[in-house]
Design a binder for this molecule. Sequence first.
Ligand code: UDP
Ligand code: MG
Length: 315
Amino acid sequence: MELISVIVPCYNEEEAIPFFYKEMDRVSKLMNEFDFEFIFVDDGSKDSTLEIAKKLAQQDGRVKYISFSRNFGKEAAIYAGFDLSNGDYCVLMDADLQDPPALLPEMMNAIQNEGYDSAATRRVTRKGEPPIRSFFARQFYKIINQISDADIVDGARDYRLMTRKMVDTILDMKEYNRFSKGIFGWIGYDTKWIEFENVERVAGETKWSFWKLFKYSLEGITAFSVVPLQIASIFGIIFSLIAFIMIVVIIIRTLIFGDPVSGWPSLVCIIMLIGGIQLLSIGILGQYLSKTYLETKRRPIYIEKETNIGVQDEE
Ligand code: UDP
Ligand code: MG
């Protein structure tokens, strides 16, 4: 029988995991032509997430867990899950049931019978989300699609079923600054998009503050586009042109009308403007430099503290 690995990044999800397991157990019984393994990746939770995963593992041999030495972020958890999975197919799912397991049979059908390499999901509504957050999210998708090669779909979830081949390709991308939505789009392959209405969290709270999301969006942009770096050059060209025209205008005006001293306030404004743009450009440069700096250190993407994966195999 073919094996499906279900990868579940968990950060402080003690309330949600029991619901998740119950629902997933139900769906796995419906899909009894497949074997399942559930990999709970405990991303340095401070609550009893790990204990709950361990308890489940005792009851059900399909449950695997790994815990990190600290919170490494969802991207690291995703990578670890792929890394430790054995499945012929892998599916990535949030622990909070915002990614409905009930869609799984349809996703499987797309891969097995319609010839797709992966089946991904996108939510067509953002109901239950603060409007400001939705607004900024939309702007982010608009911008990133204009300035990068990676095809990143608005409303796309990380909830995605993939063939082993695609998972291995993702594992080959060992970058430290990971932006999975971009990676999935960048590697290509045929993806079927399945749409669904936004579902609210079954329990617990979102782990993403607005600030965290903002930083994450900058990560996505710097990871998949160098357009911001070109902005500095474009500003440079524009301002040089303006300066050149102004010099010509001022020389001619002085020759014709003489040189009455005026215009100090406007001069200060111009200096401030150009100074600001220079700092912005240096800042952008710094963003990329800091990413490069972290990449060159080749630090591990995650550090394992405890796991039951591989343990049974040795016994
Ligand atoms: N998550 C994680 N590490 C983090 C933050 C989140 O593993 O540092 C997990 C979290 O447990 C959940 C998933 O990522 O399973 C999505 O998080 P959340 O539901 O808080 O995000 P939202 O659905 O609100 O975008
Ligand atoms: Mg969620």
